[in-house]
Design a protein around this ligand. Structure first.
Ligand code: UGA
Length: 431
C-alpha cells in the first residue's frame, strides 16, 4: 500500500500499517521529512512512534520516498494529507487532497483502491471517485480518529472503524487491510461516502461542543463564586454525560478541532443547512473568549499595565504530549501579552522549536524556572506533567512577584497559596 502525506496522521498510519504486516511506501513532497523518516527519525514528537517506525524500517516492509511513481503496484493508496483552513475564509483548503490525487493518478489502474483518511467537507469523496473513474481505480472513505500524543495506540487499537464504500468489493479490501484489528474485536461500521465523511466532522464538532459547554459553565462559575472543577466532576459522574472532554480552561486549539468546526459550518452553508450548525459559531466564540479572559487576568495581575513587565509562560503546545503549535491557545495568549508590551518568556518541554519559528518576538527558556525568572506574573497555559508536579518553593525565589494564573486548572491552589502566591484559575473561586 501507499500512504500519501507523512505528517502526524500519515507517518503514524504508514508505520502502523507496516506493524500490521503490510508492505508500505510513505510518500511526501517534503524531502527533509522523507529523509528523516527513512533514517528512523520521527520529525515531530509523538510518544511511541519511533519504536514502531524503527521496527517497520528494520522489517524491510516500510519505505519512504518523494516520488509518487513508487506507489505503482500498490493495491491500496491512503490519502493522509492536511486540510487546513483557507487563508481567506473559514472553509477547508483541499489543495493538498487534490494534489495527492493528481500525484497518484498516473499509477492508478483497475483494481486499485484510493482510501481517503483526511478530514474533508462532505461530498469530497464522491468528487474524487468521479476524478479517478477513468483510470479504473475505486474510492473508499475511512476517517481517522487518532489523537496527537496517543496516535499509535489510537491507530492500532481504535474505538471503531468506519468504512465509506460504494461497492462490497471495496469493503472486502478494507477488511483485509484491517484484519488484525477486526479479529481483535474492533467495532466496524460500513456506510456510504457522505456518512463516513460526516462521522469525522460530527465527532470533532461534538468534542468541541463539550469543551465549550464546560467553559461556558466556567464563565458562570466565575460570576457566582462557583467551582468549575466540582461542577465538572459532578456532571461527569452521570454516565449519560461522562467525564471526558469536560476539562475547563483555556479551551481547544490544534490543527483539527478549530478548523474542522469552521469548515463544517462553511460546508453547511453551501448545502443550505447553515441554521443546523449555527450553534457552532457560539462554540467557537466561547473558545476564543477563554484566551482573551486569560490575557485579562494576566493584565489584572500586572496592575493593568503590561509595558515594561515580565511574563513567564509555561506551555506552548496546543496540548500536553505534543510539539504541535498549530492554533495553540498558549501561544495566542503569549503573543497577545507581548503585543501589549510585556517581555514574555516561554518554556515548553517539546514545542519550543516550533514556537520559535512562528513567534520570534517571544523569549524562550530551557526550564520552567528560567521562564519564570524575574516574572511579574507566571501563566500555566499547557498542562504538561512537568508543571503539575512543580514545587512552588523552587519558583518562589526566582520571580519578581508571586502571581500565578493556572489557565488549565492543573495546579493545587492550596499548595501555591501556602507558598505565598496569589493563585487565579478559570472558573474557580478567587480565594
Ligand atoms: C482531535 C480529536 O480528539 C481526535 O479524535 C481527532 O482524530 C483529531 O482531533 C483529528 O481530527 O485529527 P487532537 O487535535 O489531537 O484530536 O486533540 P484533542 O485531544 O482532541 O484536544 C484538542 C484540544 O482540546 C486541545 O487544545 C486540548 O487542550 C483541548 N481540551 C481537550 C480541553 O480544553 N478540554 C478537554 O477536556 C479536552
Amino acid at each position: 500500500m501507499s500512504v500519501v502525506g507523512t505528517g502526524y496522521l500519515g507517518a503514524t498510519h504508514a508505520a502502523c500499517m507496516a506493524e500490521l504486516g503490510h508492505e508500505v511506501v510513505g510518500i511526501d513532497s517534503d524531502a527533509a521529512k522523507v529523509a528523516a523518516l527513512a533514517s528512523g527519525t520521527v520529525p515531530f514528537w509523538e510518544p511511541g512512534l519511533d519504536e514502531v517506525l524503527q521496527r517497520g524500517l528494520e522489517s524491510g516492509r516500510l519505505t519512504f520516498t518523494t516520488d509518487p511513481a513508487d506507489a505503482a503496484g500498490a493495491h491500496v493508496h491512503f490519502v493522509c494529507v492536511g486540510t487546513p483552513q483557507k487563508a481567506d475564509s473559514p472553509a477547508a483548503d483541499l489543495t493538498q487532497v487534490h494534489g495527492a490525487i493528481d500525484a497518484l493518478t498516473p499509477v492508478l489502474g483497475p483494481g486499485a483502491l484510493v482510501v481517503g483518511k483526511s478530514t474533508v467537507p462532505v461530498g469530497t469523496a464522491a468528487g474524487i471517485a468521479d476524478r479517478v473513474a477513468e483510470t479504473g481505480a475505486r474510492v473508499a472513505w475511512n476517517p481517522e480518529f487518532l489523537r496527537e500524543g496517543h496516535a499509535v495506540e489510537d491507530t492500532l487499537r481504535p474505538d471503531r472503524l468506519v468504512f465509506g464504500v460504494r461497492d462490497p468489493q471495496d469493503e472486502a479490501v478494507l477488511r483485509e487491510v484491517y484484519a488484525a484489528l477486526l479479529d481483535a474485536g474492533t467495532p466496524l461500521l460500513v456506510t456510504d461516502f457522505a456518512t463516513a465523511e460526516l462521522v469525522k466532522v460530527a465527532a470533532n464538532a461534538f468534542l468541541a461542543t463539550k469543551i465549550s459547554f464546560i467553559n461556558a459553565m466556567a464563565e458562570v462559575c466565575e460570576a457566582t463564586g462557583g467551582d468549575i472543577l466540582t461542577l465538572s466532576a459532578a456532571l461527569g459522574m452521570d454516565p449519560r454525560i461522562g467525564p471526558q472532554f469536560l476539562r475547563a480552561g483555556l479551551g481547544f486549539g490544534g490543527g483539527c478541532l478549530p478548523k474542522d468546526i469552521r469548515a463544517f459550518m462553511a460546508r453547511a452553508g453551501e448545502l443550505g443547512v447553515d441554521e443546523a450548525l449555527m450553534f457552532l459559531r457560539d462554540i467557537d466564540d466561547i473558545n476564543i473568549r477563554r484566551r482573551q479572559h486569560t490575557v485579562d487576568l494576566a493584565l489584572e495581575a500586572l496592575g493593568g499595565q503590561a509595558v515594561g513587565k515580565r511574563v513567564g509562560v509555561w506551555g506552548a503546545a496546543f496540548k500536553p504530549d505534543s510539539d504541535d503549535v498549530r492554533d495553540s491557545p498558549a501561544l495566542h495568549v503569549a503573543a497577545a501579552l507581548r503585543a501589549a508590551g510585556a517581555t514574555v518568556t516561554v518554556h515548553d518541554p517539546r514545542a519550543v522549536d516550533n514556537a520559535r519559528r512562528l513567534f520570534s518576538d517571544l523569549e524562550y527558556a530551557d526550564t520552567p524556572a528560567g521562564a519564570a525568572s524575574g516574572a511579574d506574573v507566571v501563566l500555566l497555559l499547557t498542562e504538561w506533567r512537568d508543571y503539575r508536579d512543580l514545587d512552588p518553593a523552587l519558583i518562589s525565589d526566582v520571580v519578581s512577584a508571586r502571581h500565578i494564573i493556572d489557565a488549565r486548572n492543573a495546579l493545587d491552589p492550596v499548595i501555591w497559596r501556602e507558598a505565598g502566591w496569589t493563585y487565579r484559575a478559570l472558573g474557580r473561586p478567587i480565594a
